[in-house]
Ligand binder design. Structure first.
Ligand SMILES: Cc1cc2ncn([C@H]3O[C@H](COP(=O)(O)O)[C@@H](O)[C@H]3O)c2cc1C
Ligand SMILES: O=C(O)c1cccnc1
Length: 313
């Protein structure tokens, strides 16, 4: 048996969550993109300046970004969470205002945020998930938006013991000299801040981001409510990793939508023993790879139900 290969694993993972035959199809699929600014950007670790973050959020409102295309293609409701962008947005139907601050501090000089802010991030992320689920959401895809967030993600993983040399790569296209700078900035951040790998909140406050902290809270709340979450690329996996360090059981509720082209992503996914659904050389972030993978998760459910129907008849 197992002729449908990995699709059967996907279905059996869902079956462990839902414990229902037939498995229900998703009725309210959503993508939440967590956006924030990162003080570390002032060191020239991204191909873009900081103000591109808020411009991209404004672009979401017009439906003009990659994730808007894929959300429409996949029938996902789209939301952007302002976790901490250095800009005051006017109200918009897809905007969720959860600002913890106007961007983190540069963690190569000291802590990114206070411990209180880190806890607030987790709480706000939980609030976003709670509301989504109370409105009927039954599949939650997460994405990232924020210039510099791949440096923040690298610093988080490095804090938990991953080798900086093995996980540092370009996010947006920077020259090799800037990749070296990125690596050195992360090393300096660890030296200055000494994040405690046994205390995920300490890691978040020392070298984290408002967006990544909120993703962690979001994932923890989704788990509590038995709602599966689809993780995207490198920055969203950092959010997942923080949640995982708080509660290892979140692994049973998470699907890894794709393998990012950022080389560290494979290192992290291998360490978790998980297999990404797609591998398309994407390094776009925003939830794009995860959004596309939903197609296969749904196909896996249909196939599972078809097989079980055959067995019964
Ligand atoms: C136009 C544009 C579209 C994007 N779509 C995703 N990202 C991605 O790249 C950024 C992280 O890479 P780094 O750490 O190198 O800054 C994030 O905003 C992420 O969403 C984009 C970035 C830009 C500029
Ligand atoms: O892996 C990702 O999701 C990613 C890669 C590059 C830039 N932003 C996100």
């Amino acid at each position: 048996m197992n002729e449908a290969g990995y699709l059967e694993e996907l279905a059996s993972k869902l079956f462990k969550i839902k414990k229902q035959i037939p498995l229900p199809m998703f009725k309210d699929k959503r993508v939440y993109v967590f956006a924030a600014d990162h003080g570390v950007v002032q060191n020239g670790v991204s191909a873009y300046p900081k103000n591109v973050t808020y411009q991209m959020v404004l672009n979401y409102f017009k439906g003009g970004a990659g994730i808007n295309v894929f959300a429409r293609h996949m029938g996902l409701k789209f939301f952007v969470v302002d976790s901490g962008v250095d800009y005051d947005f006017e109200d918009n139907p897809s905007l969720i205002k959860m600002k913890v601050g106007y961007g983190t501090k540069d963690f190569s000089m000291g802590p990114a945020m206070t411990r209180e802010e880190a806890i607030t991030c987790i709480e706000y992320g939980m609030k976003v998930a709670k509301k989504a689920i109370s409105q009927g959401a039954d599949l939650l895809v997460i994405g990232d938006k924020g210039i510099g967030n791949t440096t923040t993600a690298t610093a988080i993983f490095a804090s938990f013991g991953f080798d900086v040399n093995k996980i540092t790569d370009i996010g947006t296209p920077i020259p090799p000299s800037s990749v070296i700078k990125k690596r050195n900035i992360v090393k300096k951040a660890l030296k200055i801040n000494r994040p405690n790998p046994n205390d995920p909140i300490d890691v978040l406050s020392k070298v984290g981001g408002y967006c990544i902290g909120q993703m962690a809270g979001f994932i923890l709340e989704a788990f509590k409510n038995k709602v599966p979450v689809v993780i995207d690329g490198f920055p969203t996996t950092a959010g997942f990793y923080l949640a995982y360090k708080i509660n290892k059981k979140v692994l049973d509720y998470a699907f890894f939508g794709h393998l990012s082209k950022v080389k560290g992503h494979k290192v992290i996914l291998d360490s978790l023993g998980v297999r990404p659904i797609l591998d398309l050389d994407m390094r776009l972030g925003e939830g794009t790879g995860a959004a596309l993978s939903v197609y296969l998760i749904e196909a896996a459910i249909k196939y599972f139900n078809f097989k079980n129907e055959k067995v019964r008849s």
